[in-house]
Design a protein around this ligand. Structure first.
Ligand code: ACM
Ligand code: ZN
Length: 736
């Protein structure tokens, strides 16, 4: 292609053309139907905002959204008929869906008509995405033209449950932050906040009848290490009102019978032993679960639910239900007596009995229960919603039994897992492989093989934002806590841009979902994140091609962030702000010498794009678990090569580790290999070995027989360069 020879010029023209054509219509999630044309509308200081009866709150939200950045005072008028300016109304929005809306823009009028106020709210969100990104700024933006292109949009969501889970139990996010999180969700038309309010390490909801739940169960640690907090019922009512105005339903989660140690610490009679425990300061799955044998447990649950339903108007109540270990039930006279009385054979059957009773209590208060996929067993009395996390087949079972499903699949939607394994990537939950933006975009909640007749029972999806592994867990505790909202920024780095991908998966008709289109529209969303103060992970430059040429390769990249540039190196060193700017395809001798980063405003960087490849020829020995090089290996003296192995160690069984030399003056001497689970040694292989051409000399094996989901695995090898530190290689791991 011609473009290649004169790439700089043509690319520039192409980009300019692209940005002027699509400048205002990079909407995420992509609307159902959009016809561009007609004249554009210019927002001015005198622009009138009219609203039909019942829409005052939406009109005020629109003013609150537009005023700070424009600096305009808008005139608000209640009117049944559209007045020139921006007019909000309800009525026929082209669909029976209560979240549907129509948005029409022409010279004199922007009309937003929702089926209900929810639709009006979404019309407003779309309108904001058609204005310059600076509209999200809280500061006045001078010299901008607030112009909106002529367009006719008819829009409605694909799924009714477009969710995010926020784990406030493991890490207490302030009320103000929860409101911000709701804003971030609403900006992308997400409408279900699954609020994980209770867990082993914290109880966050004030219950008047049981004050110790928060005064004791809301805090862990002592002295300067004391951490925690809780929301008063007034706080929660404020959060609910804020969310309701933005069409976000808050589904409170009360974790039962497991993940409940904070409650057990506050009221020890709730557990089987009655012993006094402490609120844990580190993540683990507690065996101190609620006693299923004592009637007092069910009375407690009834009291709690009674207070919860007075705060949260949602149709749903999440009752947890995951990861119960039965050690205590098995040894508890009350639990065993209950089992005998009911003729139950197993603890699983006792759990089903427990769930049924909780469902009955919730039903008495008018709530449909939601639970992790463990609750989906035959025999729940009424319809329930299974939140499908670790067993997709539970969605099939749930559907056949007449239940509903919301996908929270670990492989797509555990946003506490990092996006990549690139060196320098954020330290996040490591028990699962990375989940890329593209992977999230590929999710289809109608799982393959699920009969079409079950479609109405698939409500949507919800991404989890667990805070145990990356905030209070072992991973980040090595970093001292700084007063810089570090945890909140971590959360945003993990949530964005993946939440935007999930929003489109759940909103846009399947036929209009297209990865390339999404990637293109995302270019300008990063600027919107910046203007809105949302933290995010900067995407890497995109590889277009790396064709073989005389004396090497030609690498062609694409910048995927508006306003950013790509900087690169060809000598194997990491790029910085002084590295050359990429303007045209780059010729390199060795692909392994090429590195490139996205740089925005000379201060925001992506991780490096590079060609891994080194490990490819050792593929038959499994997955790459680590690389060694002069930076992490000393010559002559034995030192520790540490390898993050979560996700690579992914179940019980035997594993083989091979150390393969790739370049340098020295081979690697190896003395031992030790395997740690959550910092505790669980296996080792101690013998002398060395890297070289023979697999028998560089092999270390071990066996894992106490695997746990969520556990962090690390392998430490004692190694040295036999002559000096000039040694490079790869360590491969395979389950055998
Ligand atoms: C879960 O991750 N335990 C639902
Ligand atoms: Zn018991």
């Amino acid at each position: 292609m011609k473009i290649k020879c004169q790439a700089g010029f043509f690319l520039a023209v192409l980009l300019l053309a692209t940005s002027s054509v699509f400048a205002q219509l990079n909407i995420v999630p992509l609307p159902q139907k959009m016809v561009e044309g007609g004249s554009s509308f210019l927002i001015k200081p005198q622009t009138k905002i009219s609203y039909a009866k019942g829409l005052k709150q939406q009109a005020e939200l629109l003013v609150a959204a537009l005023s700070p950045a424009t600096g305009y005072d808008f005139v608000l008028v209640e009117s049944d008929r559209p007045v020139s300016g921006i007019a909000l109304s309800t009525g026929d929005a082209g669909s029976a869906n209560k979240e549907s809306y129509k948005l029409n823009v022409n010279k004199d009028l922007i009309s937003i008509k929702g089926k209900t106020s929810a639709g009006v709210f979404y019309g407003i969100q779309t309108l904001l995405q058609m204005l310059p990104p600076e509209v999200y700024s809280k500061e006045r933006q001078k010299g901008l033209k607030w112009e909106i292109k002529g367009v006719a949009i008819t829009d409605a969501p694909l799924y009714p449950w477009r969710g995010m889970m926020l784990d406030v139990a493991r890490y207490f996010f302030s009320k103000e932050y929860v409101l911000r999180f709701i804003d971030m969700m609403a900006m992308y038309k997400m409408n279900a906040l699954h609020f994980h309010l209770t867990d082993d390490s914290g109880w966050r909801i004030e219950i008047k009848k049981y004050p110790k739940l928060t005064s004791v169960g809301g805090f862990s640690g002592v002295g300067p290490d004391r951490k925690g907090g809780y929301y008063t019922q007034e706080d929660l009512k404020d959060i609910v009102a804020y969310a309701t105005a933005r069409n976000v339903d808050i589904i409170a989660e009360l974790e039962l019978p497991a993940h409940a140690q904070a409650a057990v610490v506050a009221y020890p009679y709730l557990c089987c032993t009655g012993d006094q425990y402490e609120v844990p300061t580190q993540h683990s799955i507690s065996k101190e679960i609620l006693c299923a044998g004592k009637e007092s447990t069910y009375e407690f649950i009834d009291d709690i639910i009674k207070e919860i339903v007075a705060i949260f108007p949602s149709k749903y109540l999440h009752i947890g239900g995951d990861e119960a270990v039965y050690t205590r039930w098995k040894a508890c006279p009350a639990c065993q007596k209950k089992k005998t009385e009911l003729g139950l054979k197993t603890e699983e059957q006792l759990r089903l009995h427990f769930n049924r009773r909780v469902q009955k209590i919730a039903g008495k208060y008018g709530k449909t229960i939601v639970g992790w996929d463990e609750i989906i067993e035959d025999g729940l009395e009424d319809k329930a919603v299974g939140m499908i996390w670790h067993e997709p087949k539970k969605a099939f079972k749930a559907s056949e039994a007449g239940h509903y499903s919301v996908m929270s699949l670990t492989g797509y939607l555990y946003f506490d897992v990092a996006e990549s394994a690139i060196p320098g990537e954020i330290k996040a939950a490591g028990w699962l492989p990375p989940i890329s933006l593209e992977k999230v975009y590929k999710l289809n909640p109608m799982l393959e093989g699920l009969d079409e007749k079950y479609r109405p029972q698939i409500l949507g999806a919800s991404a989890t934002m667990w805070s145990d592994q990356f905030i209070h867990g072992t991973i980040l505790q090595e970093i001292p806590i700084l007063n810089e909202n570090r945890s909140e920024k971590y959360l945003e780095y993990l949530a964005f841009p993946r939440m935007s991908a999930l929003a489109e998966v759940l909103w846009t008709p399947l036929a209009r979902q297209n990865w390339n289109s999404f990637e293109n529209r995302m270019r300008s969303q990063y600027t919107r994140y910046d203007a809105a103060g949302i933290g995010y992970r900067m995407p890497l430059p995109k590889l277009i091609s790396n064709e073989k040429a005389a004396n090497g390769y030609v690498v062609k990249l694409e910048n995927v962030v508006d306003g950013a540039e790509i900087r690169f190196t060809t000598d194997g060193t990491p790029p910085n702000v002084y590295s050359p700017v990429y303007t045209e395809p780059v010729r390199v001798k060795e692909l392994s010498d090429f590195y490139a980063v996205t740089v925005l405003n000379r201060s925001q960087f992506s991780l490096p794009f590079y060609f891994p490849g080194k490990a490819d020829k050792f593929k038959k020995y499994g997955d790459l678990v680590a690389e060694w090089n002069p930076q992490n290996v000393q010559g002559k003296d034995f030192g520790i090569l540490e390898m993050k192995s979560s996700g690579k160690i992914n179940g019980n069984g035997s594993y083989a580790l091979h150390f393969w030399y790739t370049s340098g003056d020295s081979r690697l001497d190896i003395q031992s290999v030790e395997v740690f689970k959550n910092g505790v040694k669980v296996a080792e292989d101690t013998h002398d070995g060395f890297s070289g051409s023979d697999a028998s000399n560089n092999k270390y094996s071990f066996k894992i027989d106490n695997y746990e989901t969520g556990a962090v695995f690390t392998i430490k090898a004692k190694v040295r360069g036999d002559e000096n530190d000039s040694t490079n290689g790869v360590v491969m791991i395979k389950k055998i």
